[in-house]
Design a binder for this molecule. Structure first.
Ligand SMILES: CC(=O)N[C@H]1[C@@H](OP(=O)(O)OP(=O)(O)OC[C@H]2O[C@@H](n3ccc(=O)[nH]c3=O)[C@H](O)[C@@H]2O)O[C@H](CO)[C@@H](O)[C@@H]1O[C@H](C)C(=O)N[C@@H](C)C(=O)N[C@H](CCC(=O)O)C(=O)O
Ligand SMILES: Nc1ncnc2c1ncn2[C@@H]1O[C@H](COP(=O)(O)OP(=O)(O)OP(=O)(O)O)[C@@H](O)[C@H]1O
Ligand SMILES: N[C@H](CCC[C@H](N)C(=O)O)C(=O)O
Ligand SMILES: [Mg+2]
Length: 487
């Protein structure tokens, strides 16, 4: 039990009804989880408004309610506290409740449209291999040093973040790498955290259903840098059009990395092969298994971060050369008949284009590229025709299929992808709603040395339709289909 007054330290209250000198149990923002003596924070959401559930929370035993507007009926014995922004209040309270765990380790946030999981996971792996205790908050999983927890979001809610950070404190974790999604920053899931630094990967088209304009999307990402303290570092990609924007108003130490333009940390790609690439970083050559220009950027960001955090340059290069690809990010195998099957999490136009550029640059002869791809339901619809265009333009055969249709009819999503296909490419596309059938068809069409790209789901182990998740793994499916065809 904690004193309510202590949990509220730093929260600016605009009205108080009741006593703050009372002992309370846990903090919740979902009334359905409230139990005796808990605190309920009412948040205005997208689907509904937490203020509607204040009475439910009180019935379940809430001893205190934090809200932006008092309910008409104030129940005796319950403390009601009015704040101007419930999300901010929740962030400060979560931080107080868990004793500011982000201050007891070096927390690094990674933001950008693509590359967050790759950069944060590889940093986790690199620091683990260097012998440190490390934490990770990512799309794929949460790691409290060696202990794994399932991820629900790319950036968990602020209570969960602080809970995990507090577990990391108990474990003696020194560094934690976390993804900061634009949804997360906008919903203040990262507010109140003490960052040792932040990394910007890149900015391209995504989530315009949520952020409405590109400028708003960009400024949401920028907020992570705007809020950094003077003691932190702000590392940005100098080759990205918006790399400079991220650093405009930050108080942190500004540093850059890049392959093309002037940067504090410079890199160069010397050689590209399917099995890896040769990079030059700070005048030293380095062989990596991770391919694609985009991975050269990711690795440069990792190199810079590790150096800023105190590792020796030569040690970092050695550790980078040992890094394996992240699950579902350009994960590939070569079949008996020499068909290359690649599974990649490219679910934005930019990522899809980058992966296809990488594949096309590695073609040595007349191999056909067959791309299986879909677009998520209940997500930015304007990505669909663009991704349809890219897949059909940059492949010899594109098969449009389903990728987590969620509440939308799958064929309607596919039709929106088809709308982006130009007439000269229309003979290159097929639309097959069932993802398993789409993958099987790609495998049937593939001849020896052809390349199959299955894009969009990467590490995801499910397909979500109408709220129901069914087991589905792209890598397993393509492997099974090629084996069954004896290819
Ligand atoms: C669009 C979005 O981000 N939604 C998030 C948001 O939900 P919401 O605003 O819709 O909440 P709501 O359902 O309207 O409810 C409002 C409030 O009432 C409360 N409530 C609701 C019902 C009830 O009976 N009692 C009650 O108290 C809710 O707990 C909530 O506090 O707040 C919820 C609680 O934190 C999140 O779980 C939810 O994530 C949903 C599930 C989601 O799918 N989010 C995705 C888009 C997301 O966040 N993705 C990013 C990554 C994207 C990327 O990088 O590509 C991520 O960080 O994962
Ligand atoms: N630096 C990069 N620039 C552009 N594309 C990239 C970069 N890194 C990875 N990608 C591509 O984007 C895909 C997603 O990468 P990753 O999972 O690291 O991104 P993310 O930012 O974590 O995505 P999410 O928003 O879903 O959390 C990869 O499978 C790859 O195709
Ligand atoms: N973090 C992203 C993941 C998209 C992955 C894709 N497979 C989909 O389901 O749309 C999102 O929630 O928008
Ligand atoms: Mg991610």
């Amino acid at each position: 039990m904690n004193l309510l007054k202590d949990i509220l330290y730093g929260v600016s209250l605009t009205a108080v009804s009741g006593n703050t000198n009372v002992m309370v149990n846990q903090i919740h923002f979902d009334s359905r989880n409230v139990e005796m003596d808990d605190v309920f924070v009412a948040i205005r959401g997208i689907l509904t408004d937490g203020h509607k559930y204040i009475s439910k929370a009180v019935e379940s035993g809430a001893k205190a309610v934090i809200c932006e507007e008092f309910p008409e009926l104030l129940v005796n014995g319950v403390t009601y506290l009015k704040v101007s922004n419930s999300n901010s209040a929740l962030a400060i309270m979560a931080n107080n409740y868990y004793d500011s765990p982000s201050k007891n380790l070096k927390l690094v946030g990674v933001t950008g449209t693509n590359g967050k999981t790759t950069v944060s996971t590889l940093l986790y792996n690199l620091f683990k291999n260097a012998g440190y205790k490390v934490g990770l908050l990512s799309t794929i999983k949460v790691m409290v040093d060696d202990q794994e927890y399932p991820a629900t979001h790319t950036t968990p809610d602020v209570l969960a973040i602080n809970r995990y950070l507090s577990l990391m404190n108990e474990e003696g974790v020194e560094f934690c790498f976390m993804e900061a999604s634009s949804h997360g920053i906008h919903q203040k899931r990262t507010e109140g955290l003490h960052f040792a630094g932040a990394i910007f990967t890149n900015l391209s088209h995504d989530h315009l259903d949520y952020h409405k304009t590109f400028a708003e999307y960009r400024d949401t990402k920028k907020k992570l840098f705007d809020d950094l303290p003077k003691t932190a570092f702000a590392l940005s990609n100098s080759d990205d059009k918006n790399g400079g924007v991220m650093l405009q108003n930050t108080k942190a130490k500004k540093l850059t990395y890049g392959l093309k333009s002037y940067a504090d940390f410079r890199g160069q790609i010397l050689e590209k092969q399917f099995s890896g690439q040769l990079l030059k970083i700070d005048d030293n050559e380095l062989w990596t298994k991770l391919i694609g220009d985009f991975n050269a950027y990711n690795l440069l960001a990792i190199y810079a971060t590790a150096h800023i955090l105190g590792l020796e340059k030569m040690e970092i290069l050695q550790l980078i050369s040992e890094l394996e690809t992240v699950d579902g990010r350009f994960q590939y195998f070569i079949s008996k008949n020499k068909i290359t099957a690649i599974v990649d999490y490219a679910h934005t136009p930019d990522a899809l284009k980058n992966v296809l550029i990488t594949i096309n640059a590695l073609r040595t002869g007349n191999e056909n590229v067959i791309t299986v791809v879909g677009c998520g339901g209940d997500r930015d619809k304007s990505k669909r025709p663009v991704m349809g265009h890219i897949a059909s333009e940059m492949s010899d055969q594109a098969i449009f299929t389903s990728d987590n249709p969620r509440s939308e009819p799958p064929m309607e999503i596919i039709k929106e992808m088809e709308a982006g296909v130009e007439p000269q490419n229309s003979n290159k596309i097929l639309s097959i709603e069932d993802r398993r059938q789409a993958i099987k068809t790609a495998c049937k069409l593939a001849a020896s040395t052809d390349i199959i790209l299955v894009a969009g789901k990467g590490h995801e182990a499910y397909q979500e339709t109408m709220g129901v998740r069914v087991d589905f793994d792209d890598f397993e499916e393509v492997q099974k289909a090629l084996t069954n065809l004896n290819k």
